[in-house]
Design a binder for this molecule. Structure first.
Ligand code: AKG
Length: 261
């Protein structure tokens, strides 16, 4: 096989790129092999156990300002650790996983910088929802072209917290309100017609890519199966955070992940 042919096989096909631009998301299916899922799952469990002990996590289902005890005892648990890559070598290594970077390069070009990563954990029986939103309503980044790779460590379907997305919604920014039930989340609530949503089932080690303006939601998890997800949010260098008005410089927190300048 020639180098040229091998090169063509990397990343997304032109059809997948076209579908991403049309829908604002793309289902990849199984991406991470089972050995890697095992390593990441063990690390995930250890980091959440440590976080629930130290308080270094958020429960997005309740108010941002609650104490560790209140976070733990809340009836709904939508648990978040930001920047797993600053706590864990396997998660730092995952940022550089070639098959992920090849796919993102197909969408953003060869210079890729980390915006941030996060783990979003819905424990069995009491996993809370992430309400309808566009990511860039939180981030306010410009240009609004960031792309996220959402990965699962468990089999995920509609009953334990699968991703719901509205095709084509990435074309326009929508104005958001704070949720009335938790100050941690935005919520578009009844502005969304759920009949338009596509629900993405994935196996453990599965992946979905979405644009930062695609409207999405994940429902509560009331099953006896946990739902562990991990997300890498990618940007191009020169992205500006309009909260602060600054370019997001290259740093330990926002490393370059691939560079061909
Ligand atoms: O994992 C979830 O439940 C929500 C994920 C999400 O909102 C995102 O990928 O931006």
């Amino acid at each position: 096989m020639s180098d040229e042919t091998q090169q063509e096989e990397k990343g997304l096909t032109p059809e997948q790129v076209g579908l991403f631009h049309e829908q604002g998301f793309l289902k990849i299916g199984k991406l991470l092999d089972d050995d890697l899922v095992e390593v990441l799952g063990t690390e995930y469990d250890a980091l959440f156990a440590e976080a629930q002990h130290s308080g270094r996590y958020r429960n997005l289902a309740i108010d941002d300002t609650e104490s560790v005890e209140e976070k733990k005892q809340a009836p709904e648990q939508m648990l978040q650790i930001m920047q797993m890559c600053e706590r864990s070598i396997p998660y730092r290594k995952l940022l550089y996983h070639e098959p992920i970077l090849d796919m993102i390069e197909s969408l953003l070009g060869p210079n890729l910088q980390l915006f941030h990563d996060q783990a979003l954990y819905k424990p069995a029986h009491q996993g809370g929802a992430v309400f309808w939103h566009q990511d860039n309503a939180y981030w306010k980044c410009t240009p609004a072209n960031l792309v996220s790779c959402w990965m699962t460590l468990d089999e995920v379907d509609v009953s334990n917290g699968a991703m719901h997305l509205i095709p084509g919604s990435h074309r326009h920014a929508v104005s958001h309100d704070r949720s009335s039930s938790t100050s941690a989340l935005l919520d578009l609530g009844d502005k969304i017609d759920e009949k338009d949503a596509v629900v993405i089932d994935l196996p453990a080690g599965g992946a979905l890519i979405h644009h930062c303006q695609t409207l999405h939601y994940t429902p509560p998890n009331t099953t006896d199966r946990q739902r562990r997800a991990f997300i890498i949010h990618f940007m191009t260098p020169g992205t500006r955070n309009t909260h602060e008005g600054n370019y997001i410089g290259v740093s330990f927190t926002h490393p370059m992940l691939r560079m061909r300048v």
